[in-house]
Design a binder for this molecule. Structure first.
Ligand SMILES: [Zn+2]
Length: 596
C-alpha cells in the first residue's frame, strides 16, 4: 500500500484506519477471447471474523441499476498463507460474506464475463480489454476511502495499458489508486490500440483509439484543442487535472459517452467521421463529455456528493448536470469553430423539434424526470413518448431559455457561462454538493431577477415553453415544418418488416389513440385496401382533417376494423429562422451570443 501526501483532517483519520488492513487488486486476462477477466483481491491484516465484499450495482453517469454482479462467476476465498479454502455465503445479490475466523491474510478470486461493448460495461476479446471499476471490482464496506494498488496483467507483451491512474515508479503495470471512487472513475483500456498524444496548456492529453475506422486524427486533435480552450475559458481558464484521456471505441453502430474526471469513454460508428454532419455530431459528443469534467464530475448535485454504489441516488437536479451540458454541447463546437452558424441553428432546430413533438412534455415535469431516471429514462417502451420528458432534452431547452434570458437582460455581458463559473467556484472546486435551491439562487444572482415563476412553470410544472418569447430579442423565430403537403394527422408510427406492418407508437390524445389503436397492432388496410408503413403518408393525403376512415388491424390476433377521425396536420419539425427584418439591436444580440 502506498500512502498519499496527507494534509487535511479527514485524511488523518484515514491513516488510522489504514492500520487495519491492506487491500490490493489484480486483473488478468490470460485468454481474452473467452471474455473472462480474472480477478484477485488480496487483503492483509484483516481483524474481523467475517469479511464482506460488495459489488456496485451501477456506475456514476449512467443512472440505472445494472446489476454488475450478474457477470461474476467462479468466486473463491482462501487463506493466503495456506491456500486453504474459506467458507463464504451470499447475503444478497451483490454481497458475498467470507467467514475468516482468525485468518488475517485473505485472497479472493473470481471471474467476470465481459462481452458488452458499451461505455459503462466491460469488454474483453482477442484485440483488447476494457473495464469500468464499478462493473469489475468488489469493495470492502468501510474501506472505500483507502488507497490501494491495482496490478493489470496484459495477456501479451504487445498489449499496452492506458488509464489515467498513476503508475507506481519502476513498474509498468502497477497503479496507485487513491480510493475506490477513483478506481470507479478511471476506466482502463488494455490492448493493441493507437495512442495519439498532444499537449494543451502544458498538460498531456491523448486520444486512445481502439478499432479501425475513418477518423482523421489530426483533424480531431485540432478540433479537440479548440473545444478544450472554449470550455476552459467558460470555467475561468484552468484545467483541473494533471492529464486527460479521450478513449474512443470504434464499432459498427455503437454510440455513447461516459464522463470521468480525467478521461471520457466514447463509442462511435467506425466509419462515421467522413460525412460532415456525422463528424459534427461526434464533436458534440466530445464537447459534451469534456464539459462534464466540471459539470457533474465536480459540480455535483447533493445526492451525488458521496456515491452510494449499491442503491439509487435520487436527485431532481440531473436537468442541471445533463441538460445544461446538452445545451453547451450544441454551441461549444460553434464557438470552437468546428461548425458554422447554419449547422448550429439546424441542430438547435432538431432538438426543439424533438421536444415539441414529444407528448410526454405535458405529463412529466423536468425535476421529476431527473428523479425518476432510475426507472424511466433508460427503460423506454412504446408509451415513453407519451409519459416521459427526457431531462437531457427539456433540460437543454430550459438552459437555452435561461441563457437567452440572462443575455437579453445584460446585453450579452452576462450569460449562462457566469452561472457555471459561480457554480464552479462555490461547489465544484471543493466538490461540495449543491441543492436545487442553491442552483436556483446562483442562476437568479447572475440573471439579477427572481425566477420562482420560471422554475415553477418549467421545472416543477409542465407548461408549454414559449421558445419564441426567448428567441425574439435575438431576431430568431421558430418555423413549423409540415411534411407531405399537410397530411391529416393520424398519430401512429408504424414500421413494415417482412410484409408485416406493426404500430410502434401511438401519440396520446391522437386520432389513432382515440380510436383504440395500440403499439404492437398489425395494420392491414385503410378503407379495405392493403397498406404498408411507406404508403401511409401518401394514402392519408387523399383525406381531409375531419374525415372518418376505416382502418383494419389485427389486435391481439383479433381482426378489427376501427373508425378513425383524422385531425388537422401537425408540424413534423421546427426550424430556427433568422428574421430578415431584425433590428440592429437584435442582430447585435445574436452576434454577441453566437460569436461569443
Ligand atoms: Zn451527459
Amino acid at each position: 500500500m502506498v500512502q498519499a501526501a496527507i494534509s487535511s483532517e479527514t485524511s488523518t483519520q484515514t491513516i488510522q484506519s489504514k492500520a487495519i488492513a491492506e487491500i490490493s487488486y489484480y486483473v488478468a486476462m490470460p485468454n481474452p477471447h473467452n471474455h473472462l477477466f480474472e480477478l484477485e483481491i488480496q487483503i492483509k491484516g484483516w481483524q474481523g471474523k467475517v469479511l464482506d465484499l460488495r459489488m456496485p450495482t451501477w456506475t456514476p453517469g449512467s443512472y440505472l441499476i445494472r446489476e454488475y454482479a450478474r457477470h461474476v462467476q467462479d468466486f473463491a476465498a482462501i487463506a493466503s498463507a495456506t491456500e486453504e479454502s474459506l467458507t463464504w455465503h451470499k447475503q444478497a445479490k451483490n454481497h458475498w460474506q467470507i467467514s475468516t475466523g482468525d485468518t488475517t491474510d485473505i485472497t479472493v478470486r473470481y471471474r467476470v464475463y465481459a462481452n458488452e461493448l458499451t461505455v459503462r460495461t466491460n469488454h474483453l476479446d482477442a484485440t483488447h480489454g476494457y473495464f469500468n471499476g464499478a462493473a469489475l471490482f468488489f469493495f470492502v464496506p468501510g474501506y472505500t476511502d483507502e488507497s490501494f494498488i491495482l496490478t493489470v496483467e496484459p495477456p501479451h507483451e504487445a498489449w499496452q495499458i492506458n488509464t489515467t491512474l498513476p503508475l507506481l515508479e519502476d513498474y509498468e503495470n502497477r497503479f496507485w489508486v487513491e480510493n475506490f471512487d477513483v478506481l470507479v472513475d478511471s476506466p482502463v483500456e488494455v490492448g493493441l490500440h493507437e495512442s495519439y498524444e498532444f499537449i494543451y496548456n502544458d498538460k498531456p492529453h491523448r486520444w486512445v483509439v481502439w478499432g479501425d475506422g475513418n477518423l482523421d486524427v489530426d483533424q480531431a486533435i485540432a478540433d479537440t484543442k479548440n473545444i478544450i480552450k472554449v470550455e476552459a475559458d467558460i470555467y475561468g481558464g484552468d484545467l483541473p487535472y494533471d492529464e486527460y484521456m479521450f478513449l474512443l471505441h470504434l464499432s459498427s453502430s455503437g454510440y455513447g459517452g461516459l464522463e470521468h474526471k480525467e478521461s471520457c469513454s466514447l463509442n462511435y460508428p467506425r466509419f462515421g467521421f467522413k460525412k460532415r454532419d456525422s463528424y459534427n455530431r461526434f464533436m458534440q459528443l466530445v464537447a459534451h463529455e469534456f464539459f462534464h469534467l466540471w459539470n457533474v464530475k465536480r459540480i455535483r448535485p447533493k445526492a451525488l456528493e458521496v456515491f452510494d454504489y449499491e442503491n439509487e441516488n435520487y436527485t431532481p437536479s440531473l436537468w442541471f448536470s445533463e441538460g445544461i451540458t446538452s445545451y453547451y454541447d450544441l454551441i461549444i463546437p460553434l464557438w470552437a469553430g468546428v461548425y458554422n452558424e447554419k449547422f448550429f441553428l439546424e441542430s438547435l432546430g432538431k432538438d426543439i423539434s424533438r421536444y415539441l413533438t414529444t407528448p410526454g412534455r405535458f405529463v412529466q415535469p423536468l425535476a421529476e424526470s431527473s428523479f425518476d431516471a432510475w426507472v424511466k429514462l433508460y427503460r423506454r417502451d412504446a408509451n415513453s413518448n407519451n409519459s416521459q420528458m427526457s431531462y437531457y432534452l427539456k433540460g437543454a431547452m430550459v438552459s437555452l431559455m435561461l441563457d437567452l434570458l440572462i443575455r437579453d437582460r445584460h446585453n450579452n455581458q452576462k450569460s449562462l457561462d457566469n452561472v457555471m463559473q459561480v457554480m464552479w467556484e462555490q461547489f465544484g472546486k471543493e466538490e461540495i454538493g449543491f441543492t436545487p435551491e442553491q442552483a436556483q439562487q446562483v442562476i437568479e444572482g447572475v440573471a439579477g431577477c427572481n425566477l420562482d415563476d420560471f422554475f415553477q412553470r418549467y421545472l416543477h410544472g409542465f407548461e408549454e415553453v414559449n421558445l419564441d418569447h426567448y428567441l425574439e430579442p435575438f431576431g430568431l423565430k421558430l418555423k413549423p415544418i409540415y411534411d407531405d403537403n399537410k397530411v391529416p394527422y393520424l398519430g401512429a408510427i408504424a414500421k413494415t418488416t417482412n410484409n408485416q406492418t406493426l404500430v410502434e407508437s401511438v401519440d396520446s390524445g391522437s386520432p389513432a389513440h382515440r380510436a383504440g389503436i395500440d403499439p404492437g397492432d398489425e395494420i392491414l388496410a385503410i378503407a379495405d385496401y392493403r397498406i404498408t408503413a411507406d404508403q401511409l403518408g401518401d394514402r392519408l393525403q387523399n383525406y381531409q382533417a375531419g374525415d372518418t376512415i376505416s382502418i383494419t388491424i389485427f389486435q391481439q390476433d383479433q381482426l378489427k376494423t376501427l373508425a378513425v377521425t383524422l385531425a388537422e396536420a401537425q408540424p413534423s419539425s421546427y426550424q430556427v429562422k433568422k428574421n430578415p427584418q431584425a433590428s440592429a439591436t437584435q442582430q447585435q444580440k445574436l452576434k454577441g451570443w453566437l460569436q461569443r
